[in-house]
Design a protein around this ligand. Structure first.
Ligand code: SF4
Length: 153
């Protein structure tokens, strides 16, 4: 499998946020900055971020593609309603956790770090058990980029 140079460059943000974030939760704001960037980008270029720049996408392509059993992805992953349920669950949980921080800057950063860790673990489990990019079929941020990209057209 051939990787893009941009993916190799971006890959390093994943350990920086998931491991570095455990020691310095402020690194969680990188997730927020990336979200603002790719949601804006998706208006013009759809899911360009996913295939070229996303650190987790790069990790799944470069590392997990070698560890995957390459089994069929559950059919439900292709259903729109299922993707939106995952989106609503993840975003509500994220909002709930941010509200609970009471506005504490460090705690908000830690929320983003922990969400990144949890979703990365899920993507690894799914990637091994099915196809390496199966998480991307239901990733809430992928669903949102898809929607914004379609709306702009
Ligand atoms: S679907 Fe999610 S995890 Fe996959 S590349 Fe896009 S933003 Fe990254």
């Amino acid at each position: 499998m051939k990787y893009k140079r941009s993916q190799i460059l971006m890959l390093w943000f994943l350990p920086l946020i998931t491991l570095g974030g455990l020691f310095n939760p402020i690194l969680g704001y990188l997730v927020l900055a990336m979200m603002v960037f790719f949601l804006t980008l998706s208006y013009f270029k759809g899911r360009f971020w996913c295939w070229n720049l996303c650190p987790r996408g790069a990790f799944l392509d470069i590392i997990m593609s070698k560890a995957s059993f390459k089994k069929p992805v559950p059919k439900v992953f292709t259903r729109h309603w299922f993707r939106w349920i995952i989106f609503i669950l993840f975003s509500s949980f994220l909002m709930f956790r941010i509200i609970r921080t009471g506005g504490n800057i460090i705690a908000i950063g830690a929320v983003f770090v922990s969400m990144c860790i949890v979703t990365t673990i899920i993507s690894i489990v799914l990637g091994v058990a099915t196809r390496h990019r199966s998480w991307c079929m239901i990733c809430p941020m992928g669903t949102l980029q898809d929607k914004i990209g379609r709306m702009s057209k």
